[in-house]
Structure formats: C-alpha cells, structure tokens
Write a protein that binds this ligand. Sequence first.
Ligand SMILES: [Zn+2]
Ligand SMILES: [Zn+2]
Length: 321
Amino acid sequence: MFVAAVAWEAGKPLVIEEVEVAPPQKMEVRVKILFTSLCHTDVYFWEAKGQTPLFPRIFGHEAGGIVESVGEGVTDLQPGDHVLPVFTGECKECRHCKSEESNMCDLLRINTDRGVMIGDGKSRFSKDGQPIHSSRLARSLMLAALPRSIQTLVSCGISTGLGATLNVAKPTKAAEGARLAGASRIIGVDLNPSRFEEAKKFGVTEFVNPKDHDKPVQQVLAEMTDGGVDRSVECTGNVNAMISAFECVHDGWGVAVLVGVPNKDDAFKTHPVNVLNERTLKGTFFGNYKPRSDIPSSSRRAGAGEIHHPQSSFRGDQQGF
Ligand SMILES: [Zn+2]
Ligand SMILES: [Zn+2]
C-alpha cells in the first residue's frame, strides 16, 4: 500500500488515501516519491476551469524520489537511483529528438488529457480496484543529486522558466534566467504585490502592478523603457497577459516568449502590424530542454548554487489544501 493525495473531483480538497501502485511494466520504473509540489499548472487542472476534467487524479508532476523497482528492458536506471520524474519525455529516436531545435518528442510528449501509461493505456494507480489517473509520466526520468529544497522544482518550474529565458528569449541578456544571462533591468509584472520582495532575490530590479495603472500595462512598460522591453517572458497562462507580454516588446528587435498554459478556448488577438514591425512571438514547452540530454547539466548548475533557491515559504496548510 502507498499513500497519495487524491483529487476525486474538480476543485474539491485532496484526500489522503491508501492506494495501490501496480509493478512497473516493460520500459517503466516505479519510483518512491520523497518530495512533491503542486505547480500552477497542477492547480489549473485541479480546478479544471477551461480544461478537460480528468478525475480521480493524483497531482504533483514536480517531484523527486528513488527508483523502487524497474520493469523489463530498463537498463539505464536501477533500484536506489535518485530521480526526478518529468512531465514530458525524450525517446532520442524521433524527428524531434534528433532535431537540435525541438524537444517536442513524438512518442513521449505531454498529453494532459491522457493520465495513463503509454505502453498499455492503463493507469498504475488504483483504489479498491478503481483506476486513478496521474500527472506523472514514469517513463521519463533522469539522475540528479540536488539539494532537497530545489529537487521538485527542477522537474518543472525552474527548468521551464530558466529555459524560456536562456534558450528561447536569447540572445539578449526574464527573472532567474535573465539574471544568469546578464540583463541589466529586469521588470517583474504581477497582480500580487506580496511577490515583489521574494522576486528581488531572483534578480528582479523593478516591479509593475497592472492594478496601479489606468492604462494597459504594455503602455506602462513602453514608457518605462523608451519604447518597449528587449525580451519578455509570460508565465501565467492568462491570455490577456500573453497579449500584453507580446505588445510590450520593442519594435525592430523585441522577442516575447509564452510559457504559461492557457485555457482551452483562448484565442490570442493582436493587430498584425505589431508583428510586421519586427517583433517576434515565440512559445516554449519545458524551456526547450530535452529532458534526458539537458536536465542533468542544468540540475548540476542548480546544485552548485548558481540558481537561487530560497527554502520555500509556501506551506500547503496556509493555502487551503
Ligand atoms: Zn522522441
Ligand atoms: Zn509544473
């Protein structure tokens, strides 16, 4: 028997349950999860607003753990290995994996509506015979020796944000990634002023709260920066924030990178002249990192202290979980 926090219904409190976890099948491993966290994307799917509801479900795609057993054909991992599950994969053989530019693996790329294993289309989790879906893909794992405070974040949040800036918004030197890349001014935009102090530790130098202004935030940013920012990175998934993030970049050279997961029915609307004026709109998935090839080195970077990781001040009991 294993213990899991199960979401039985959209938006309802998670319930700690004893669940069964079937043994790993061919090319799968079973991981004892030691740490997990809920990122914004999990909360989004938990609320199921504008997304396909998939319940019951175990959230926590950001995690760290130890391989407990391996299935047939697994040669690169063994019981006892420290691993991070990642929500996407890298088969190393498809067109995407062979392309230097893409990390959108044909075989193992994310499918948020699936919630089951690729091999046989079944879940490995169940409660009294009822299958439970999962956000994790136990096929995509990599070794990492990291401080505990940062482990789970490397499996999603840190890699996504860092890669969006270092790999996609390049070459100008958005917050932790922008600091590492040497940006001189980093402007954080958030509706929640309590985040501002924390963001300073990640290198954000100035703050804009759209609520403090009567005009659109893209106009505020353009005025602060003599026509627009060089690079912008949008992480919330709110479509209006995405549009602002695009419209706030400077004409001629500005690049906007979208990271956040939008609602199912959202549409991105902007005047074509914003593109014709030589602004670039890009999107990224998992920071453009190939999970098996790239994450071990970026996690070493995190482990070496190059990436700022304050002990989390986030406590589930204070967030109504
Ligand atoms: Zn592939
Ligand atoms: Zn995540």
